[in-house]
Design a protein around this ligand. Structure first.
Ligand code: PNW
Length: 474
């Protein structure tokens, strides 16, 4: 018999669950909301699985009360959602839509009434379409001011009750999947634009933080930061070249966005390799960016092995992950065929999570870390009213065990948000991937807790769980 070990988390550890506006809200043109680039992208034939879009999504806009009740049932202390910019400012600038403000006021009040702390993300990829068509979106340096203005509207209306703010969700995905590979909105493919867009995303983040700190933080008493995503990169061999390749891959992934905030500029390896195609920060931008995050928001899903590539040699296979800027990195990425896979084809590798947390601790001076997303998509089916998803529980047990280990090793990890509260619109993959703790029947929009949600409730209530004493996956 496998011995089960009790893993208890620090007493103030925050257990949460996360979603984003475009993925769940629906009500795409209700009450004055205008289209975002994701509405336009999803309505462009061929861009999403079965041409699916989120006009209705999970209809959370109309069902938020039921959803908050389900969150309370699951025992989460915190809920991370995102605000749809084009509900608040339909054109991305100018006029404010009172009905959009009212929706988030209602949601926030409902959360608080249920003892759940709201964590709001200001930008989870749904840029108001008018800013794209009229203002060139994230390529335009002016966007930092548009974003800061929108952010300040949110601080002003919601900041009396929302004290946990995340400026941007995963700028890497916006830059790489939106402007490098073109699989996400706005669907552009370029070797240069990812760097230009990333630069404006960082500037916009910094300006929103400056606004919060100057006008709101003292009176409202909240915290503000950014969420970046990163997979772990393990050197394929012990060779110096492969170790360097893994490090380089992490710097191109996470260092790109975190170095300017914690260390003052882009990683040296990026400057060396990208050269003039990498924008430079003005003195003013550098100062604004430095220390512009009160915490280290991290979304983490998987791991790949990294090895060095001879620029003149032949690349075997381009596994996803380099994101169209392979030639700037020359890192070969591979999965281990022995790993269990999720339905995203992402390997389940909990030890990568621990190593990444420790890498962040070492590189950035042990900042407080919030895991703002972690979870998995599986081929869930509802049978006799039940969703048996033992692999999701195994995934979560593995990753939470890795988190516990990291904390024991001195990592200042303070929160864990499972992605996602419910099945939802998984971007280009439409409704084909189910990441939820709750199953959504897209015909009836009925929500049912998966078995893993029932297990997660125990975890949140006991502030820990009994994990199989199987150190192998660490
Ligand atoms: C994140 N990648 O997206 C997002 O924050 C969520 O909205 C999304 O539903 C979730 O993870 C699951 O995909 C990512 O290719 C999408 O590396 C793609 C990648 C990473 C994160």
């Amino acid at each position: 018999m496998i011995e089960k070990q009790l893993l208890t988390f620090p007493s103030n550890f925050i257990w949460g669950s996360a979603t984003s506006s475009y993925q769940i809200e629906g009500a795409a043109t209700t009450d004055g909301r205008a289209w975002s680039i994701w509405d336009a992208h999803a309505h462009t034939p061929g861009r999403t699985h079965n041409n699916e879009h989120a006009d209705v999504g999970c209809d959370h806009y109309h069902r938020y009360r039921e959803d908050v009740a389900l969150m309370a049932d699951m025992g989460v202390k915190a809920y991370r959602f995102s605000i749809s910019w084009s509900r608040i400012q339909p054109d991305g600038r100018g006029e404010i839509n009172a009905k959009g403000i009212a929706f988030y006021n209602n949601l926030i009040d409902e959360l608080i009434a249920n003892g759940i702390t709201p964590w709001a993300t200001l930008y989870h990829w749904d840029l108001p379409l008018a800013l794209q068509t009229e203002k060139d979106g994230w390529l335009n340096p002016e966007i930092a001011d548009f974003f800061a203005r929108y952010a300040s509207i949110c601080f002003e209306h919601f900041g009396d009750r929302v004290t946990h703010w995340i400026t941007l969700n995963e700028p890497w995905v916006v830059a790489i999947l939106g402007y490098g590979e073109g699989v996400f909105a706005p669907g552009r493919t370029s070797k240069n634009e990812p760097y230009l867009v990333a630069h404006q995303l960082l500037r916009a983040h910094a300006k929103a933080v400056q606004c919060y700190r100057q006008k709101f933080q003292k009176t409202q008493g909240g915290t503000i930061g950014i969420t970046n995503n990163c997979d772990w990169r393990e050197p394929l061999t012990t060779s110096r070249a492969d170790k360097d390749a893994a490090e380089r891959s992490l710097e191109f992934f996470l260092g790109w966005f975190a170095d300017p905030i914690y260390l003052g500029d882009y990683p040296q390896t990026m400057k060396d390799r990208v050269g003039d195609r990498l924008p430079r920060f003005s003195k003013e931008d550098k100062a604004l960016l430095k220390d512009s995050s009160d915490f280290f928001g991290l979304n983490h899903y998987t791991t790949l092995y990294a090895s060095d590539v001879d620029p003149n040699g032949e690349v075997q296979n381009e596994v996803y992950g380099n994101g169209g800027i392979f030639e700037d990195q020359y890192v070969q990425l591979t999965a281990d065929p022995k790993w269990k896979m999720t339905s995203m084809n992402w390997g389940i590798v909990p030890w990568g999570c621990r190593k990444l947390l420790e890498w962040i601790r070492n590189r950035y001076g042990n900042p407080p870390i919030y895991i703002t997303e972690n979870g998995c998509a599986l081929d869930d089916r509802i049978e006799d009213g039940e969703i048996r998803d033992p692999l999701r529980q195994e995934f979560l047990e593995g990753y939470l065990t890795a988190c516990h280990e990291a904390i024991a090793n001195g990592v200042d990890l303070r929160a864990y948000f499972v992605w996602s509260f419910m099945d939802n619109f998984e971007w280009a993959l439409g409704y084909s991937k189910r990441f939820g703790m709750h199953y959504v029947d897209y015909e009836t929009l009925e929500r049912t807790p998966k078995n893993s949600a029932i297990w997660y409730r125990e975890v949140t209530q006991n502030n820990g769980f009994r994990a199989a004493d199987d150190k192998e996956h660490l």
